[in-house]
Ligand binder design. Sequence first.
Ligand code: TYD
Ligand code: MG
Length: 456
Amino acid sequence: MAKPKLTYTCSACGSTSPQWAGRCSECGGWNTLSETVAMAAPVAGRIAGWTGGTASRVTALSEVSPDSQQRHSVGLQELDRVLGGGLVSGSVVLIGGDPGIGKSTLLLQVLAALSGRLASLYVTGEESLEQISIRAGRVDVDGSRLRLLSETSVERIIATAEKEQPQVMVLDSIQTLFTEGLQSAPGSVAQVRESAAQLVRYAKQSGIAMFLVGHVTKEGTLAGPRVLEHMVDTVLYFEGDPGGRYRILRAVKNRFGAVNELGVFAMTGGGLKEVRNPSAIFLSRHESAVPGSVVMVTWEGTRPMLVEVQALVDQGQSGNPRRVTLGLEQNRLSMLLAVLHRHGGMLLADQDVFVNVVGGVKVSETAADLAVLLAVVSSFRDQPLPEDLIVYGEIGLSGELRPVPHGQERLNEASKHGFRRAIIPAANKPKQAIDGLTVKAVTRLSEVLDAIDSGL
Ligand code: TYD
Ligand code: MG
């Protein structure tokens, strides 16, 4: 077989060059060129001597039935939901996450559960078969029908799959695989991209559902900067504090379901267990109210979750005060501090401000604004807010409180968990009173500050 022609592609601007260089001649990016297989020369255009080829069949949209996509339940409801209602045949799911977070454990459980109904093949390039067997012994699922393969060559994996005819496959991990067409080492951008491309093509042709495991680099992206995300149907990230008990599975791309859907799992001695009702697990229950702590209701995917926002405001030691956020956007904090100064009359220019979302949760919605601001105020004044208070709401630059989606459901959830008071944007005021919950609906930040000054 002739060796394919190699070119070097810049990962930043996509330009190609026949030789490797330390710096891309197009965009000037350093160390961005990587080895790729050259595409076949394009067929000459219609005008300049068209060379032929057979026409493909075109289908009318009305002839395509949407339910020809078969979905399989994977045995874990949390994962089914994140996938958009089960695993679709012929789809490729990428699961990314830090080493040790539990990707292999999750997929071993899923494949073992599926192996009773579907022919399953677990391909590992990282661990020995004995290691997998030890892990399978720890998790309480019946893996007796699960088939294992220890292999890293993509060509040989596909040849084996042709022989074994699995319906579901796990490839753990994409960084250990290599294709014989490239000389670069496994794990390099070119190898990751080319191996994944071959596997995706094979999955589409054969109708096999595939899970690819991808390690996250130090910079927090999947190795092979974003190239994998474009190729696959679904991208899931497994997050959480590796020392902690809870793990969150988040869909960041899904051709078959909603994004930002969350699944919550707990890592136990017997593998991952689903947490069906995760709404209150991230609350740290204090003995009594503490300054700088505020509980809010976030809306993640299709359900509410209660999370605690903590702030610490401290006299700055250097001339340059610090603004540090964990689990929240830092620019948003700077903006909120400016709003607090202009519309609340509270100047924190000489104070360091640290804000953290408890439990390693990431909150990206603007509904967190009010919680962040109240946590900051509470810490700055060293005054605790009532323990049974819940807040949510977006804050605008002119100091107004803006509504957020699912206002009513958020309040219902808070009331279910025993919260008795709420401060929310006026436009989110529920039409009917909620039993046992006193709701203060406000339009401006100054009203919020007045409310807490007068003890609510
Ligand atoms: P693993 O699935 O190997 O992580 P990844 O494939 O993402 O690198 O998970 C490894 C961690 O999970 C390891 O620190 C041990 C822990 N673990 C448990 O706590 N309980 C279990 O039942 C299993 C199988 C693993
Ligand atoms: Mg692993």
